[in-house]
Write a protein that binds this ligand. Structure first.
Ligand code: FDA
Length: 284
């Protein structure tokens, strides 16, 4: 059995685009949309960044061909941001241009705080020309995020709100989980009341999801203003429950061979995942 299946199979659709399209089809049949993530980050060779760019364009074309309800999400460090910013911009523009031609959508993942400024300026650079085709992820654990959102609001941005998955200092981020959760609620309400474009509430935290749905009802904010986003393989019960209740649900579905950093972040989020991963290695 391949290592990816053994270890990361719960979180990753497989090695190939074929695996990914199969996973997307299954999600679509269950009433959910998908976001395709071709795994890879911190690329330091131009050739690899160009290859990732071509792969993303191929994904967009395949999704179009198969009439899939799915978009894509990219990491700027995979498209060459660590090599040269203008090179990365060129790659990003190629992907965005194809996404617009095919009437699709590109999410910018948010990586560690070393990239936050550059990701936000990249978003601002493209937001005007690709308004309906580009969104950016904002992390509630960062102290700066409220001011980042306020700085973006005039662009009517498309924002995916997450808690944040990287190890950050307490100077930059809230060290206590409760403060991250409170800030998530606060930023979600800020987004819902300040009129950006698409708002993606990306969390598996059932209590937060439940509270925000109640808050939207109370404040007469229609559910079609938001989509709930979750990661492939996490809280499938909640994914299905929300979809059945008629909410738009989108599942972030990674594939590819560079799965280790993504898998590691998922392990870190819940210590017991490490135990399950080790158990799957020894009990087959
Ligand atoms: P929390 O960590 O409080 O978990 C709530 C519950 O979800 C847990 O009690 C458990 O039941 C379940 N759960 C959470 N993580 C789990 C895991 N790994 N395994 C099993 N169960 C788990 N981050 C980032 O920094 N940049 C980004 O671009 C993105 N992009 C992104 C897209 C989408 C669609 C999602 C859903 C998430 C991201 N993230 C991200 C990851 C995000 O920052 C965060 O690390 C995870 O979503 C876990 O946080 P929760 O909000 O789920 O809450």
């Amino acid at each position: 059995m391949r290592l990816i299946t053994l270890l990361a199979g719960r979180y990753v659709a497989g090695d190939t685009l074929r695996d990914e399209l199969r996973a997307v089809r299954r999600l679509n049949l269950r009433g959910m949309a998908a976001t395709c993530d071709f795994l890879g980050e911190n690329v330091l060779k131009k050739g690899r960044a160009e290859k990732a760019t071509r792969s993303y364009i191929r994904i967009l074309e395949s999704l179009h061909l198969h009439h899939s309800d799915a978009n894509i999400s990219v990491k700027l460090s995979q498209l060459g941001l660590d090599i040269d910013e203008s090179f990365c911009k060129k790659n990003m523009e190629q992907i965005l241009a194809r996404a617009r031609e095919l009437n699709n959508f590109v999410w910018l993942d948010m990586e560690s705080s070393a990239y936050t400024d550059r990701a936000i300026s990249m978003y601002k650079f493209f937001a005007h020309n690709y308004k309906k085709h580009l969104g950016i992820c904002i992390q509630a654990y960062l102290r700066r995020s409220e001011s980042d959102i306020k700085g973006l609001i005039s662009l009517h941005p498309n924002i995916r709100l997450v808690k944040g998955a990287y190890k950050e200092s307490s100077q930059l981020s809230f060290p206590q989980k409760k403060d991250v959760d409170d800030n998530y609620r606060h930023l979600a309400k800020l987004l819902l009341t300040s009129g950006p474009g698409l708002i993606a509430l990306a969390t598996h935290d059932e209590r937060i999801v439940h509270d925000l749905i109640g808050w939207m009802k109370k404040n007469k904010i229609h559910a079609n203003r938001v989509e709930f986003q979750m990661l492939y393989g996490i809280r499938k019960d909640l994914q299905q429950k929300l979809a059945k209740a008629g909410y738009k649900v989108r599942i972030y579905t990674p594939f590819g061979r560079q799965w280790f950093p993504y898998f590691y972040r998922r392990l870190r989020e819940r210590k017991e995942n490490l135990f399950f991963a080790l158990k799957s290695l020894f009990h087959r």
